[in-house]
Structures are given as C-alpha cells and as structure tokens.
Ligand binder design. Structure first.
Ligand SMILES: Cc1cc2nc3c(=O)[nH]c(=O)nc-3n(C[C@H](O)[C@H](O)[C@H](O)COP(=O)(O)OP(=O)(O)OC[C@H]3O[C@@H](n4cnc5c(N)ncnc54)[C@H](O)[C@@H]3O)c2cc1C
Length: 390
C-alpha cells in the first residue's frame, strides 16, 4: 500500500483548484482522474463570467481559453420578451480551461494520475484507504481526502454522504456556425420545465443545449433548433447531469471534504457550476493545508472551517432556492407578464425611479401582485446570480 498525504478524486475544476491551493502552500496532493485527458470529454455549455475569472486571477490568462466575450446575457421569456442581465461573460474552450488548471497544479507541485479510477474507499483508524479499479489494483493510504468526483458522488455515497440530489439532465449539440449574439437563455415552463434552452456562440461554432426535468430532451432540443431556424451541421452531442437544488447540507466529515458538483455547488437558478466548483475546491484545499500543518505540530484538526467559510457567501443563502422555486413555479402566462414588465431592461440595473415604475406596473396587475413574494425572491436570486455568474 502506497502512502500519500492527501488524495483528491476527480480532475475537474473543483479538484484541480483544491490541488492548486494545497500545492501552493507546499503540500504534495495527488489528483486521481479516471479519463486519460484532463477536460475531456467536455460536458459543458462553456459559458463563464468575468467575475469568476477575476476571482482566480484567470482574467489575465483569458486569451488561452476564452473564445468570445459578451457584455451581457439575454433571458428570453415565452412571449419573446427579453430580460437583459449585465453579466460580463465569455464562451470558453472548457477542455483547454481545465488543462490550464491542471498545468498550474502540476507547476505548484501536485501530482496528477490520469486513467486512474478510484473504485473503493474506506476509513481505517486515523487514515483513509482508497482503491483503484480492478485492472490497476493499487491501494493508497492517505491522511485526508477531497472528493471532487462530479455529480454522481459514488464514493461520497459509500462514505455515508447523501448524493447531491436531485440531479437535472442536460443535453447539448455543438453546431457549426455562429448563432446568436450573446449568451442566450430561453425559458418556457411547458416546453422546458425547471430549465431552459441555451445558445452560447463560440468562434465558428455554437453550443445549443437544453436542461430540464422533462423527458425526451433530444426531441425538445430538435424542435427548438427548428423554431429558431438554427440549421448548422451538428458536430458533436454532449450530455450530462447537474445538481439542481444547490449546496448539500453535509459538506464534510472527519478528514473528508466534498467539493464542486459532489457537494451540490451549483447555482440553482441557471445551473452554472464552474465558479462554485473552483471556490469550494480552493477553500477545501486551504483548510486541508491548515489541517496538515496542525497535525504536523501535534494539534487537533477539523474540516468544520470549510463549511463556515463557505457559509459566508451569498450563493449559500436559502434565497437562491426560494428564487429557484418561485421562478420555475411561474406559469407561462406569469412569465409573459413578467416579460412585459421587464422587457429590454437590465434586471440588475433598475435605478430608483425605474424601480418605482416596475413596482407600480406589478401592483396594477392583480395576477402579478399576488406573486409579489415570488417576484422579490426572483429579483434577489437573479442579483446573486449576476454577481456570481450563472
Ligand atoms: C451539459 C452541461 C452544460 C453545462 N454548462 C455549464 C456552463 O456553461 N457554465 C458553468 O459554469 N457550468 C456548466 N455546467 C456545470 C459544470 O460543468 C459543473 O458544475 C462543473 O464541471 C463541476 O466541476 P467539478 O470539478 O465539481 O466536476 P466535474 O467537472 O464533473 O469533474 C469531475 C471529474 O472527476 C472524475 N471522476 C469521477 N469519478 C471518478 C473516480 N471514481 N475516480 C477518478 N476520477 C473520477 C471525472 O472524470 C471528472 O473529470 C454544465 C454541466 C453540464 C452537464
């Protein structure tokens, strides 16, 4: 059995960012990734906000992986009214983005073991044993474990954590040609319940996808392409799942932390998860580093700080789930009325006088004024999503 001080399972943004944090504090984490190449297969719309890049000083490196820049995103309602979100954002090459994080982690001193799937995990006294899949048959003994294994959270379940449930399914086409002029989201409660279709143009190609709890996602996406007259050749099909109800209630246990999708670290309104994956990974890495240092000095250690630091952020607030429930609970009729009030406005930039005008329009409309609480949650949740990126 090989001894390592800290194991990170999963080489996505959360695991790689945890590795960067630990390695840049002088530790030697080992990242286990089941695929032979970091960042592949890509399962992503490849949209990210400038705020997210800035938080990790990646805005300086944006040329490496950003392919298109947008000043705002557009949210289309069933009536075709559009709410504008002033989220400065980019479409990226997600594989190159993840590979950049991997290089940073390696440069700082982390080891990345590719084509290495971890199948088993168990606690043994003060240590944790992880086992690779049957072909490789190799066991590792570690002092701490960070689980960054994505939404399925199989190892987390084996250790008694609840999986980040429920998961919502997404399906995407990569299509030849540039369709659309912003990161576009199309909401329709009947066609795409609890979700939306997206059009994220890149250079020479566009990601067009659907996320919804409804079945027959491919058929719905095909219909969307037909309606929007998007006729480019389909280059690739991509599918995946996303935790839909935000951060899980249990994020750590003795010597173990869950990060990224494994911990439900996804914005429950637009289902974007790259930024929260990286933030949770960064904090988990820092807490693990402190714990290893304390242990080296004969002091006790705990992962509680991971949760308490995360809880200071807006995205952990219950208002996000309330926004999710209210917004996805609105009928198409209500969504269209909301569209008529907000049409062509920047929802997050409503100035004082405009706020009064919007409020007055809502009050004058009895079916909307009855939903004033839901509209308030929607406003708060959208504001947080604006700051956080989707
Ligand atoms: C179709 C789709 C579109 C999306 N679009 C966007 C978007 O535009 N913007 C956005 O912000 N978010 C988007 N998301 C969400 C975002 O991709 C995730 O939230 C993000 O990737 C989470 O990062 P992570 O590191 O937690 O997990 P992941 O990126 O899933 O990484 C987990 C890694 O762990 C590896 N792994 C799993 N189990 C094991 C094991 N047992 N042993 C070894 N390795 C293992 C996997 O191979 C994988 O590489 C989208 C998701 C989907 C499915």
């Amino acid at each position: 059995m090989e001894e390592i001080n800290i194991a990170i399972v999963g080489g996505g943004p959360s695991g790689l960012q945890a590795a960067i944090s630990l390695a840049s504090k002088g530790h030697s984490p080992t990242v286990f990734e089941e695929h032979p190449t970091i960042g592949q297969p890509i399962q992503c719309g490849e949209g990210i906000s400038l705020n997210a890049l800035k938080e990790f000083n990646l805005d300086q490196k944006s040329k490496l992986f950003c392919v298109k820049e947008y000043e705002s995103c557009k949210l289309y309602l069933p009536s075709n009214d559009v709410i504008i979100g002033d989220i400065h954002s980019y479409s990226i090459n997600r594989d190159i983005f993840d590979q950049h994080l991997a290089k940073e982690a390696q440069r700082a001193g982390a080891e990345i073991k590719l084509s290495t799937k971890i199948d088993g995990v168990q606690r043994k006294g003060e240590s944790i044993i992880i086992k690779t899949s049957s072909e490789k048959k190799h066991d590792y003994k570690c002092e701490m474990l960070i689980l960054a294994e994505g939404p399925q959270a199989r190892l987390a379940s084996k250790l008694g954590f609840s999986p980040p449930s429920p998961l919502i399914s997404a399906f995407e086409y990569k299509i030849e040609g540039e369709w659309g002029d912003a990161l576009e989201f199309y909401f329709d409660k009947e066609k795409y319940p609890f979700g939306y279709c997206w059009v994220f143009p890149k250079k020479g190609e566009t990601n067009v996808g659907i996320v919804t709890t409804a079945k027959e996602r491919k058929g719905r996406l095909d219909k969307f392409l037909e309606e929007k007259k998007i006729t480019g050749n389909i280059i690739k099909k991509v599918g995946g799942q996303i935790p839909m109800n935000g951060p899980s209630s249990k994020l750590y246990d003795k010597r173990i932390m869950l990060v990224g999708d494994t911990a439900g670290m996804v914005n429950p309104i637009f289902y974007g998860g790259i930024r929260l994956a990286m933030l949770s990974g960064k904090i988990a890495g820092e807490v693990a580093a402190t714990n290893l240092e304390r242990k080296g000095n004969g002091l006790s250690s705990s992962c509680k700080e991971y949760e308490s630091r995360l809880k200071k952020y807006d995205f952990m607030k219950k208002v996000n789930i309330k926004c999710h429930n209210s917004f996805y609970g609105f009928s198409n009729k209500s969504l269209s009325k909301i569209g008529a009030v907000f049409n062509n406005r920047y929802i997050n930039r409503i100035e004082k006088l405009e706020k009064l005008e919007v409020f007055w329009k809502i009050l004058k409309n009895p079916s909307l004024s009855r939903k004033i609480k839901g509209l308030y949650y929607m406003y708060r949740g959208f504001k947080i999503a604006r700051d956080w990126g989707f």
